[in-house]
Design a protein around this ligand. Structure first.
Ligand code: AMP
Ligand code: ZN
Length: 480
C-alpha cells in the first residue's frame, strides 16, 4: 500500500483518498513573469512522478495546477517590458508549457490562471468577510490570523512568536495591519498599477497571491481534497495561509495530505532567481546538453532530499539511460525462436513487486530503480538463450515501468530517429550495401574492414540471420 510523508503530521502514513480509487491533487504552479528554473522544475517533476505512480497504481487522478499571472512581479515585469499584462504573462506561460513537454511531464488536467478566476476569488473573500476573518484598510482587504485558531499548524509556528511583541502588545505593522503576519486577500488599486485592476464588489484592485490557490483548488477539487504539493519554501507562509483562508471560508478541513519537495541547490544554496544561481531549461539546451536528461537528474534523488545541481550529473544520468537503451537494443537483436527454461514471467513479477515496494515507500526512487537494474542484470546473464517472445515480454515490462519513469521510451525513440537519419546518409548506405555484397561473396576480410568504416561513423553492425541490424555507439545524444 502506498505510504506518503505528510508534512501536516511530519511522518509517513498510508495514503487513503477521500473517495476509493480517486485522487484530487493540487500543485502550486509558476508565477509567469520569467522562465522557470531547474529548481522550479524539480517541484513539478516530483508531482509528475507522483501522479504517474498514482495512475500506475490504479487511481483515477484529477490534477490541478495554478498559474500566477497577476501579482506584484507580473505587474512590474509587464510594465518594464512595456507590454499589456496578458501578453507579457502569456509568453512565459507558453514557455512553461514547452518545458513541461521537453521533460515529458503529463500536463495537469486543469491549468488554472488567477486572472480567469477573479469571480471565485472575490466570492471566497466575501465568505471570509461574512465569517469575520477579514478586515479592510485603505480599501485593501486583509486576513485576520488571530481569528483562525489553528493558524500556523502546518508550519508548526509558535503563535506567540509572531502575534505579539515582548510586552504582549499587538504588533502594528507599517501598513496598519492588526498583526504583522496578517496578509492581503485583495490589494487596492494604486496609481503605480496603471491599467491593471479589476472593478469588483470588494473594490478596485487585484487579488493577493495566496487567495488564488484557495479559490481555484476549491472550484476544481471541492472544499476538501486529497493532496496538495509544493516546495518546502511554500509551507510558510503560502500553504499556511491557504489553509487559513480555505478553512476560514468553509469551516472544513482543506487538505488531507501535504507533500513538499526539498530544494535543488547550487554550492549549498537554494537555486533561485534572487540569488542569480539558476539555470533554465533553455540554458541547458544552449549548452548542448540533452534536456531530457534533466528529467532523470532531478528524479533520481528522493524528492524530499536536498539535491545538489552539477553538470557532472549529466554524465551520470547518461550512463543510466545508456544502460536502459543498450538493454532494449540487445533485446531487439534477439532472433532465436526456440523454447528454453528461463522463467521470464516470474522474473518480471518479482521485479515489478520490488519496484512497487520502493515506490510505495514514499516514492523511494532509488529502491525502485535498483529493482529494475537487478532485473536487467539477471536478464543479461541469460540474454543469449532468450527467444523473441520472451524478449518482447521483457520490453513490454520495461515500457510498463516507463509509464512511471517517463524517459526510457523517449530516449529509445531519439536513438531510432538518429539511427534512421544516419543510415539514410548515402555514404553510409553504400558502406552497408558493399558489406552485404562482401559477405555474400564470402569476402570476410572486406566485410570486417567495412565494419570498421561504419564504426568510425558511429554505427555498430551486427549480423543476424538473413541480414544485419544496426545501432549507434553513442546511444544517448549529449554534449559531452
Ligand atoms: P515559485 O515560482 O517561486 O512560487 O516556485 C514554484 C515552485 O518551485 C514552488 O513549488 C517552489 O517551492 C518550487 N521551488 C522554487 N525554488 C526551488 C528549488 N531551488 N528547489 C526546489 N523547488 C523549488
Ligand atoms: Zn499555491
Amino acid at each position: 500500500m502506498l505510504q506518503l510523508y505528510n508534512t501536516l503530521i511530519r511522518r509517513i502514513e498510508p495514503f487513503k483518498p477521500l473517495e476509493d480509487g480517486k485522487v484530487g491533487m493540487y500543485s502550486c504552479g509558476p508565477t509567469v513573469y520569467n522562465y522557470v528554473h531547474l529548481g522550479n522544475l524539480r517541484a513539478y517533476l516530483f508531482v509528475d512522478l507522483l501522479k504517474r505512480y498514482l495512475r500506475y497504481s490504479g487511481f483515477e487522478v484529477k490534477h490541478v495546477m495554478n498559474i500566477t499571472d497577476i501579482d506584484d512581479k507580473t505587474i512590474k515585469g509587464s510594465q518594464e517590458a512595456g507590454k499589456p499584462l496578458k501578453e507579457f504573462t502569456e509568453f512565459y506561460f507558453q514557455a512553461f508549457l514547452q518545458d513541461l513537454e521537453s521533460l515529458n511531464m503529463v500536463k495537469p488536467d486543469v491549468i488554472a490562471k488567477a486572472t480567469e478566476h477573479i469571480e471565485e476569488i472575490v466570492n471566497m473573500i466575501k465568505r471570509l468577510e461574512q465569517n469575520g476573518y477579514s478586515y479592510e484598510i485603505n480599501k485593501s482587504t486583509y486576513f485576520r490570523i488571530a481569528k483562525f485558531k489553528n493558524y500556523g499548524k502546518l508550519a508548526r509556528l509558535e503563535k506567540q512568536s509572531f502575534k505579539r511583541d515582548a510586552e504582549g502588545r499587538n504588533i502594528k505593522d507599517e501598513y496598519g495591519k492588526e498583526e504583522a503576519n496578517d496578509f492581503a486577500l485583495w490589494k487596492a488599486w494604486e496609481p503605480e498599477h496603471g491599467d491593471i485592476y479589476w472593478d469588483t464588489e470588494i473594490g478596485k484592485g487585484h487579488p493577493g497571491w495566496h487567495i488564488e490557490c484557495s479559490a481555484m483548488s476549491t472550484k476544481y477539487l471541492g472544499e476538501t481534497f486529497d493532496i496538495h504539493t509544493g516546495g518546502i519554501d511554500l509551507i510558510f507562509p503560502h500553504h499556511t495561509n491557504e489553509i487559513a483562508q480555505s478553512e476560514g471560508a468553509t469551516g472544513k478541513k482543506f487538505v488531507n495530505y501535504w507533500l513538499h519537495n526539498g530544494f535543488l541547490v547550487v554550492d549549498g544554496q537554494k537555486m533561485s532567481k534572487s540569488l542569480h544561481n539558476f539555470y533554465t531549461l533553455r540554458n541547458i539546451q544552449e549548452k548542448g546538453y540533452n534536456s531530457l536528461l534533466v528529467r532523470l537528474i532531478l528524479l533520481k534523488t528522493h524528492y524530499r532530499q536536498q539535491l545538489n545541481f552539477t553538470f557532472q550529473g549529466f554524465n551520470e544520468a547518461e550512463t543510466i539511460v545508456a544502460k536502459f537503451l543498450d538493454f532494449l537494443i540487445n533485446l531487439d537483436f534477439v532472433e532465436n525462436e526456440k523454447g528454453n527454461e528461463v522463467q521470464i514471467g516470474s522474473l518480471i513479477e518479482e521485479s515489478r513487486n520490488e519496484f512497487k515496494k520502493g515506490m510505495d515507500d514514499d516514492l523511494n526512487i532509488s529502491e525502485a530503480l535498483a529493482a529494475i537494474f537487478n532485473f536487467i542484470n539477471e536478464i543479461n546473464k541469460v540474454i543469449k538463450s532468450l527467444n523473441t517472445k520472451q524478449a518482447q515480454k521483457i520490453k513490454d515490462y520495461i515500457l510498463e515501468i516507463d509509464s512511471v519513469l517517463g524517459f526510457i521510451k523517449l530516449f529509445y525513440r531519439q536513438h531510432q530517429e538518429r539511427l534512421k537519419e544516419l543510415t539514410n546518409d548515402s555514404a553510409v548506405k553504400e558502406l552497408l550495401a558493399k558489406r552485404v555484397e562482401a559477405r555474400k561473396n564470402k569476402d570476410y576480410e572486406s566485410a570486417d574492414k567495412l565494419r570498421e568504416e561504419l564504426l568510425k561513423k558511429g554505427i555498430i553492425v551486427n549480423d543476424v540471420q538473413g541480414g544485419y541490424k544496426v545501432r549507434l555507439i553513442n546511444v544517448v545524444e549529449n554534449a559531452n
